[in-house]
Write a protein of this length. Sequence first.
Length: 427
Amino acid sequence: MSETAWILSVGLALLLILGVPFGIAVMTVTATALVVADIAPVLLAQTVMGGTQSFSLLAIPFFMLAGEIMSAGGLSQRLIKVADVLVRHLRGGMGHVTIVSACTFAAISGSAAATTAAIGVIMIPAMTARGYSKGFATALAVSAGVLGPLIPPSIAGVLWGVIAEQSISRIFMAGVGPGLLLAAGLHILTWFHAKRHGVGLEPRATWPEVRAAFRAGVWALAMPLIVLGGIYGGAFTPTEAAIVSCVYGILVGIFVEKRLRFQDIPGTIVRAMRTTAMVMFIIIGSVGFGWLVAQEQFAMKAATWISSGISERWVMLLALNVFLTLICAVMDELAVMVILGPMLIALATKFGVDPIHFGAIILTNVSIGMAAPPIGYCLFVGMAISGLSLGALARAIWPMVLVMLTVLMIVTYVPAFALWLPNLVYR
């Protein structure tokens, strides 16, 4: 390998092992490789700026802001109350409430971390009070949170659509099947856990309670309908939908729910900006890293090497899933898509994998990475809420990770789970 290749691969690995934050590690090896390769820094600057000027990427900060507004304005609590009256009477009722609430919130925020935070801060204490162990309650909230990148709209879906040059709306729809399948798996796991540990049953909600919950939650329930209906109805793009969700959340939070005050808005924006800054810092660093990777033709070489002894599509997909599962557990998921995107797309093209189906496989993999030990983002959100250590949460979450891996295999080898909705809408 060339000196640049050694710096980008071994250098990055060493920095990560030493505990250097990922974004800083990527920036460091990229800058070092530029000096060694005697490449004019202005070329990298132009490439980085060009790679981050996509209109579609504007959806990321606005969906982040929408999630913060939902929480601050009380809309997330309304969604949880609606879920509560619908499923609390089932065995494992509070766990089912957590999953249904996460599905609904994911249809607004598009973020795993935002979904985990909004749902976890309410449901983890509620589940613990109803007889669940703190470990299971936290693990379930974290696992339900990763529905954020699958249930549209999805921040990861926006980024992959840009990288793969595919329709973002189609990528969004391809995530619905895997998302619902994962939610179903978590429901089944929750039912067995509650039965095994003797978690008590909750009383069925009365019709007056149901009506009151839906009446109070009608504005919150309308939000995903407006966002998704506008995207698929052609009224606005995914980026414009993110802006619409922010405006809607502010208006409802201030004038309907009256929990959001004008003076609260700057603080809400600052919280969203902090999260967005971390995400965009990683993306910017990864774009520069990816540009050097492209210059060295790593993508094609790696794709050729991985597939050199493989002639069957199913074997390639299995090997790719194993590789992505391992790397997403130790590497930032957005960076994985940016850096490895060209290689992954080259592999998919070589073996004739449908690009929309392949997008669903990628989204499922990165979603698992959000909850997989040791560095899944949602793990740290759950730890911050519950006070559990990483080791305790990792022990509690392994059954959920097995469910996620099962869903990944189904989505990989049964394309209909990913393609039924895109094919239905765009036939």
